[in-house]
Design a protein around this ligand. Sequence first.
Ligand code: HEC
Length: 334
Amino acid sequence: MKNKKSIGEWALIQKFRLFIDKFLSLFEKRPILLMTIISISGIVTIGFNMNQLTSRIIETMAKGNAALYSDTLKAFRTLYTREVVERLRSEGVEVTHDYQEKEGAIPLPATFTMILGKEVGNLPSGGKTRLYSEYPFPWTKDGGPRDDFEKKALHFLKKNSEKPFISIEKYGGRQSIRYATADIMRPSCIHCHNTHPQTPKNDWKKGDVRGILEVIHPLDNFIIETRAGLKQTFLLMGTITCSGLALLFLLTGRLRKRRMELEDALRLTEEEHIKTESALKNAEASRAETEKALKQNEESRKELERTNKFMVGRELKMMELKKENKFLKTSLGK
Ligand code: HEC
């Protein structure tokens, strides 16, 4: 069992090696193509990642900004209530929603928050605030939840009053963050809300969610700017990669040319070598021929010598015979 597994593992390792080998040989054959593919996929992956990262950064910053704005509004209302409303009320100043129609009257904290929201909405930054609930006072013109987000926010915050309800969506044609928090009834709020002659509900308790404070902040400028930055980074990355690839292309072209030159030179040398070899062979053949001719020469010389010797021998013999003949003749002549 164990052995089988190890064989399987071994086969797997072998396969992996083969794959790496194939990849490397492909890399050797087509380095530019592979580098281009790797670079493009790298850029696409990085781009995708950066896009997500910037979206997250935008979201985090937008949430932070909205939270700060919302908290500031709340702090401002608390401060206005404590430092202005309570002091003036004890001096007999009327604090009412319709303060504009009454001489010497000042706005209620909620009224003040509403008009502050409207005022801020007219500023170039375009931020808006809304204070609304399911129980608006009868004179409120734009009271109650007005769209899907506001309905959902009410539903959510009634159950989770300590958390914010956030959404990034189109508002008034602009991509915006909508940040809603619960406005909770404190002991100082209950008496007035339960006894006001025109109150829509008179059994408020401490801790009830009286309404929602919503901050709406457009993000399009922010998004456009980050996208522009992202585009620039991309362009830079693309330029660097393209120059790198071009350099690589030039370099491999040069190397290829040099290799071809070397190959040509090698071929020439080889041809020369072959030529020299055949010349050498020819020379060898003619040397052998000369040797053979020489040998033949020697042989015929020897033959001649032998004939010569024989002839000379005969001559000598003839001379001897002649001498002998003479001697015999003379001795006979006696
Ligand atoms: C002196 C009386 C009084 C006190 C105190 C008071 N309110 Fe109000 N509140 C009102 C009146 C009147 C309105 C209507 C204002 C308007 O429409 O301009 C209102 C409006 C609101 C609204 C908006 C409701 C809507 O649907 O339009 C909320 C939310 C709210 N109050 C919460 C609170 C909280 C929370 C406190 C305590 C921190 C508080 N109020 C203290 C009288 C009071």
